[in-house]
Design a protein around this ligand. Structure first.
Ligand SMILES: Nc1ncnc2c1ncn2[C@@H]1O[C@H](COP(=O)(O)OP(=O)(O)O)[C@@H](O)[C@H]1O
Ligand SMILES: [Mg+2]
Length: 256
């Protein structure tokens, strides 16, 4: 199962990714959680201990490694570098592991469509392609509002692209834009998840405004998300309600 999670900033993508990671881990899958946000915070949402996270460097910041693999210094454009650098060893070498969950941070790179061709974006693209096409694990990619990490080559490998929406017109507006970008890439398996619902009216709002996408399920607004954040633990263990709502989302995914 390869799942990409996207949506407007602040809607709850990272929270959902963390919940999905623990749900699949409980089902005894090996999970690779990929933090593709330029300012990574999935590790904290997973409740990984600080000393474990301190040892983690986003791949995009590994200048030596990028040089070694591509033959060019990051930040340079123009010169010659390898377009298919070796990346298969990176997920094992540069991730933080706890139980069945492995976390990999990609870091900030301007991927902007086909425009930027530089060593670090080439390296990340190769890595993402490797992860989506060759790795035999549940992969969860916590992206930001867009699809720029995905390309035509990887579109088929994504089993589900989940667009997270809050019960707001703006987040649904962003979802509509993401849907059209995704369709340009021929990403077919697009779904919505509603997040931070306060009541049934919120659910009805999302249902009536969905840009024609199937809705996998809903996560309700839950104070325990903030409590878990303050305690530095995973919300999955703090909120049985959110854990159950996430199991329902996983079950819907199984049946679509
Ligand atoms: N179900 C929820 N209930 C309450 N607060 C939530 C919920 N999901 C997310 N939040 C809060 O919303 C904010 C953004 O969540 P986050 O998962 O980081 O969003 P994103 O990754 O989309 O930017 C955080 O402060 C988080 O605590
Ligand atoms: Mg996030």
């Amino acid at each position: 199962m390869k799942i990409a999670i996207t949506g407007k900033g602040g809607v709850g993508k990272t929270t959902l990714t963390s919940l999905l990671a623990y749900t699949y881990a409980d089902l005894e899958y090996q999970v690779l959680a990929v933090d593709a946000d330029p300012s990574p915070c999935l590790g904290a949402a997973l409740g990984f201990p600080n000393d474990l996270l301190a040892g983690l460097t986003p791949i995009a910041r590994m200048d030596e490694l990028i040089y070694e693999r591509t033959g060019a210094q990051p930040g340079t454009t123009g010169g010659f570098f390898k377009l298919n650098p070796r990346v298969d060893d990176l997920p094992d070498r540069f991730s933080a592991v706890q139980g069945n969950i492995r976390l990999l941070e990609l870091g900030a790179v301007e991927m902007g469509g086909s425009g930027c061709i530089c060593p670090e974006s080439t390296m990340l693209r190769s890595l993402i392609t490797h992860i989506l096409l060759r790795m035999d694990e549940v992969v969860l990619m916590d992206m930001y509002a867009g699809v720029e990490h995905l390309g035509r080559a990887t579109a088929d490998a994504v089993d589900a692209m989940i667009i997270v929406v809050e019960p707001t017109a703006r987040s649904i507006g962003t979802a509509t834009q993401i849907k059209s970008l995704a369709e340009d890439l021929k990403l077919a398996k697009l779904y919505l998840v509603g997040s931070k619902l306060r009541n049934e009216d919120d659910r009805a709002f999302i249902m009536s405004r969905s840009p024609g996408l199937p809705i996998l399920g809903y996560l309700f607004n839950d104070e325990r998300v903030i409590e878990a954040d303050r305690k530095g633990v995973a919300v999955y263990n703090e909120s049985p309600d959110l854990a159950e709502e996430t199991r329902n989302i996983v079950n819907s995914l199984q049946s679509v």
